[in-house]
Design a protein around this ligand. Structure first.
Ligand code: SAH
Length: 218
């Protein structure tokens, strides 16, 4: 008998209980998505046993998948209700996009690293995430043809908020992204209203670099 799935499901419930709910994340859709998405399938087999730990994990190519709590917090800050079209910059392992796909109508995700792009595209097909569309390009330029987006999430740290992303955000939309230096950033929430942009600082964080025309150079 194979008890693996039960083990992972149990660890996932513990993760949601102790790392997400206990720290104040209350958005039911976020909690439900994090209870359902098998995080261990988004990391290498060697890392699967660590997938539900309270820390970020390497995903290859010098990149990392964020700690579960950070993902829950950023997703909650997008204030999603289900009908949205969301843009993600930095597909990486695909885990954040998979979480979003359980909550919203459609996810658009961009990755600049070809190895991760190809690998994760295949994973989405294999796991049947049919409402995620992927693109291999510089995400700091956004995805003009598909905009405007109801919400935008950037999962790499930039030195500025890329202007194209603000342009491609719908009125009433939310953009969450880390902005600052190479070694530490502040998580910013930007809301676009009829009267302009409103920025809230959600506190310190640490992400890998956002590389591109409106980000860091390589
Ligand atoms: N959301 C991912 C996090 C991956 S780490 C996950 O759930 O696993 C951040 C990712 O951003 C890396 O894969 C990196 O290659 C990518 N990245 C960095 N700059 C980028 C850019 N300008 N456009 C698209 N992807 C970028």
């Amino acid at each position: 008998m194979n008890d693996e799935p039960n083990k992972f499901a149990r660890w996932r419930r513990d993760m949601v209980e102790n790392q997400i709910i206990a720290r104040g994340v209350a958005d039911a859709a976020v909690i439900d998505a994090m209870t359902r998405v098998p995080r261990h399938l988004f990391v290498s087999e060697a890392m699967a046993e660590s997938a539900y730990g309270d820390f970020p994990l390497p995903i290859g190519e010098g990149q990392t998948i964020s700690q579960p709590y950070i993902i829950a917090e950023m997703t909650q800050r997008l204030e999603l209700s289900g009908s949205e079209r969301v843009l993600e910059i930095g597909t990486g392992s695909g885990y954040q996009a998979a979480i979003l796909s359980k909550i919203v109508y459609k996810v658009y995700t961009i990755e600049r690293n070809n190895t991760l792009f190809v690998q994760t595209r295949k994973l989405f097909d294999r796991l049947k995430y049919h409402n995620i569309v992927t693109r291999y390009s510089d995400g700091t330029q956004g995805w003009k043809q598909e905009g405007p987006f109801d919400a935008i999430i950037v999962t790499a740290g930039g030195n500025q908020v890329p202007t194209p992303l603000v342009d491609q955000l719908a009125i009433g939309g939310r953009l969450v992204m880390p902005v600052g230096g190479l070694h530490s950033q502040e998580l910013l929430k930007i809301e676009k209203t009829e009267n302009g942009i409103q920025t809230t600082n959600l506190g310190g964080c640490r992400f890998v670099k956002l590389i591109g025309q409106h980000g860091w150079s390589e």
